[in-house]
Design a binder for this molecule. Structure first.
Ligand code: ATP
Ligand code: ZN
Length: 289
C-alpha cells in the first residue's frame, strides 16, 4: 500500500481471480506480476492490486485499506458492506444463493421452512431472508460441504450457491427458492482521496464502465431500403437510434450502423434480411466510452 497509489483488492485464487485480472487488463491497466505475491503493480498508472481471499475483501474496502474491491455480491452481503458503495455489477461470476430441499420435499414457499434446520455458509444473508419472510428456523453455519448436511442429518434443508444444480442433484437435493442473485461487483471505499488520486479513481471507474458496456455489444452495419427502416429498428436488439447514411447514387437505399447492447444471433440476421437488409456485417466492439 502506498499513499500516492490507488489499491484494488481482488481474489488471489479461485473462481473470480482470472476474470478479475482480465477485467483490470481490459481496462488498459498493464499488470506486472512481480515476486511479491500479495501485491501486483500496474506499470502505466498509479494503481496496485491487493491479492487476498475473497472473504476479506469487504472488510479491506470498508476500512479503506483498499480503495476498490472486486468481489461477489454474495460475499459482500454476507460480510456487510459498511459505508462502501457498490459502483457497478461486472457481468461475471454469476451464481445464485438458493434454498435446496431433499428431492420429494413438499415445498410450498418460505413458510414451509418454519421450524426446520437450514445449513449454510451464508448465515447473515439467510437470516435476513428468513426475517423478511417472517420465518422462524434454525441456521446451522458450515464453512463448506453444505450439500452433505441433510444426508448427515445435520439439517433438513440447505441454502447454498448454485450455478448448474449438478452438485445438488448428486446429493439428492433440488433448488426450490432463490435467496440472492449474485455476480462480481466493483465496490468502492467510503474514503476521501487527494484530488490527484481521485482523478485516478474516477478514471478506473470510467474504464470499468467502458469494459462492461462493451461486453457482448456488437456493431452492426447493413444496407437497406429507406422503407424498411422502421422494421429494422424494431429487430435490432438493444440498439439506440441507428446512424443512417445515404448510399452514393441511390435515393431509395441507405447504410444503417447501430450499436447493439445485446448479442446478435443468426436468427436476428435472417429477420433483418427478410426485412430487406443486405450486406449485413456484425463486428465486435473492443472499447466504448
Ligand atoms: P477464497 O479462497 O478466496 O476464500 P472461496 O473458496 O471462498 O475462495 P470460490 O469458490 O473461489 O471462493 O468462489 C468465489 C466466488 O465466485 C463466490 O463467492 C461467488 O461469488 C462466485 N461463484 C461463481 N460461480 C460459483 C459457483 N458455481 N459456486 C460457487 N461460487 C461461485
Ligand atoms: Zn472465500
Amino acid at each position: 500500500m502506498s499513499a500516492d497509489r490507488i489499491c484494488i483488492a481482488m481474489q488471489k485464487s479461485g473462481r473470480l481471480a482470472d476474470k478479475s485480472l482480465e477485467m483490470i487488463q481490459a481496462a488498459g491497466l498493464r499488470v506486472m506480476k512481480g515476486a511479491n505475491d500479495l501485491f501486483y503493480r500496474v506499470e502505466n498508472a498509479p494503481v496496485d492490486l491487493l491479492r487476498v481471499r475473497d472473504d476479506d475483501i469487504p472488510t479491506f474496502v470498508a476500512d479503506g485499506v483498499a480503495d476498490f474491491g472486486i468481489v461477489g455480491l454474495n460475499v459482500l452481503e454476507e460480510h456487510g458492506k459498511g459505508a462502501s458503495e457498490v459502483v457497478m455489477p461486472l457481468g461475471f461470476g454469476k451464481c445464485d444463493l438458493k434454498i435446496a430441499t431433499p428431492i420429494g420435499f413438499d415445498y410450498k414457499g418460505p413458510g414451509s421452512l418454519n421450524g426446520l434446520r437450514i445449513a449454510t455458509s451464508y448465515p447473515n444473508v439467510l437470516g435476513k431472508f428468513l426475517a423478511d419472510n417472517g420465518v422462524s428456523a434454525d441456521i446451522v453455519t458450515l464453512s463448506g460441504a453444505v450439500e452433505v448436511a441433510p444426508r448427515l442429518k445435520l439439517a433438513n434443508v440447505i441454502c447454498d450457491l448454485v450455478s448448474t444444480g449438478a452438485t445438488l442433484e448428486a446429493n439428492g437435493l433440488v433448488a426450490v427458492e432463490p435467496v440472492l442473485k449474485s455476480e462480481a461487483v466493483l465496490v468502492r471505499a467510503p474514503k476521501q482521496l487527494s484530488p490527484e488520486l481521485d482523478k485516478v479513481a474516477e478514471s478506473v471507474v470510467q474504464r470499468f464502465r467502458g469494459v462492461t458496456a462493451s461486453q457482448g455489444a456488437k456493431y452492426v452495419m447493413m444496407n437497406a431500403p429507406r422503407s424498411a427502416l422502421p422494421k429494422i429498428s424494431e429487430i435490432l436488439p438493444g440498439a439506440g437510434a441507428p446512424t443512417i447514411t445515404p448510399l452514393a447514387g441511390r435515393d431509395d437505399a441507405v447504410a444503417v450502423h447501430a450499436v447493439c447492447q445485446e448479442n446478435v444471433f443468426w436468427e436476428t440476421l435472417e429477420r433483418l434480411k427478410a426485412a430487406g437488409a443486405s450486406a449485413i456485417l456484425v463486428l465486435p466492439i473492443e472499447k466504448m466510452m
